[in-house]
Structure formats: structure tokens, C-alpha cells
Design a protein around this ligand. Sequence first.
Ligand code: AP5
Length: 196
Amino acid sequence: MIAIMFGPPGSGKGTQASRVATRLGIPHVAAGDMLRDEVARGTDLGREAKPIMDAGGLVPDELVVRMIDARLNQPDASQGVLLDGYPRTLAQATALDSMLAARGAQVAEVISLEVPDDELRARILRRAGIEGRSDDTPERLDQRLRVYRADTEPVLDHYRAAGTHILSIDGVGDIDAITDQIISSIRHNGAPVGTA
Ligand code: AP5
């Protein structure tokens, strides 16, 4: 199954995608983690991405599309993946649709985590005190939220218009309960698990 974990910064995409992917037995493909790894390794992509990520902007589509395309070519992705933080623009969504079509696959499920802005802020600022992520300041978070509303939210309409199943999940509350809710909703929807 190809699924997308969708939601604003701090909605719990990474937290939930990691758990849900393990339960479904498919890889968790997190664009933000992959980019931070490129930054840490000092690759060309990492050097280009770092100032953009630090400022709360989006890394250019062509670079991210190439990175995800290469990841989907790895053998462990052949039975499906849970994408986290990708696609984030309409151009990335249409590129993903083409990449999957070339592999005889399509997005089966978009899991949309719904969390109010005041809770997003509280989570990110709490994490800032623990992890010190360079984009977790109040100003950068405001910028990330603006980018999310302008560039990323339309991706949901793209999949809605395509008839893809959108699973809206209340992302506030106990982390285990949210994971259980996602898993049972996917099973209820009958989305094919374990096949591309
Ligand atoms: P990315 O790493 O994807 O950051 P993000 O979307 O801003 O998301 P976060 O990691 O902040 O939050 P999350 O929704 O994953 O929540 P999490 O589980 O961490 O991207 C970073 C940057 O990389 C982007 O800004 C951009 O520059 C670049 N980038 C990435 N993808 C790109 C793309 N496709 N195109 C272009 N550029 C791209 O949880 C947040 C916190 O809340 C954690 O501390 C967690 O422990 C806590 N938490 C989680 N769930 C709960 C809960 N239920 N209750 C209480 N706390 C909770």
C-alpha cells in the first residue's frame, strides 16, 4: 500500500508514521528526516537544503522529487511505503502520481492529522527546549505554518479530486490511541496492505 501521512508541522506525522508503518510492515519514508540526514552528511543536496530548511521554507521540488524517486527504487519499497512530509506541493503530488503510475501503483490512502494551531505551537516549542531543531523557533514555525497553508494544503484537494480515500484523524490525545484509530480506520476502509 502507498499511503501518505499528511498534516501541519507538529501534527504528529513522524510520530504516527513510524508506528503505523511498523504495524503495516512497510517502510516509513520521511522527507524531512532524509533531508536532515543529507545536511548532516554535508552532501550537495544537504548544503542546498540547509538554509532553506532553517528559514522554514520548502526545498525545491526537483531536488525532493529526485530524492523520493530514488528511495522508491530501493527494494524494500516494492511492497509499498508510508510517506511522511511528501508530497508538500501540487508539483510534488503530480510527480508522485507519475512515479507510481510508472510502477503500476497509486496512492491508496491519505491520512490527514487534524490538530489546532495552539496545540501545534505548544508541541513545537516543547520540542525546541529538548531537541533544539534549528527550525523550531516561534518565527520559523509561523513561516512553516504559512507555507503549509499556501503550498501544502492544496495537495489534499488534489487527492480528494482524484477520488483517493482521505482519512481524517483527530491528532489530539493519547499517541497510542491515535495509532490504533488510524490502523482500524485503514482496515475498515479495506485498503490493500502489503501490495503496491
Ligand atoms: P519535516 O521534518 O517534515 O517537518 P514538519 O512537517 O514541519 O513536521 P515536524 O517534524 O515538525 O512535525 P510532525 O508533524 O512530523 O510531528 P512530530 O511527530 O514530529 O520537514 C522539515 C523541513 O524539511 C521543512 O520545513 C522543509 O524545509 C523541508 N522539507 C521536508 N519535506 C519537504 C518536501 N517534501 N518538500 C520540500 N521541503 C521539504 O511531533 C511533533 C512533536 O509533538 C514531537 O515532539 C512529538 O513527540 C509530539 N507529539 C506527537 N504526537 C503527539 C500527541 N498526540 N500529543 C502530544 N504530543 C505529541
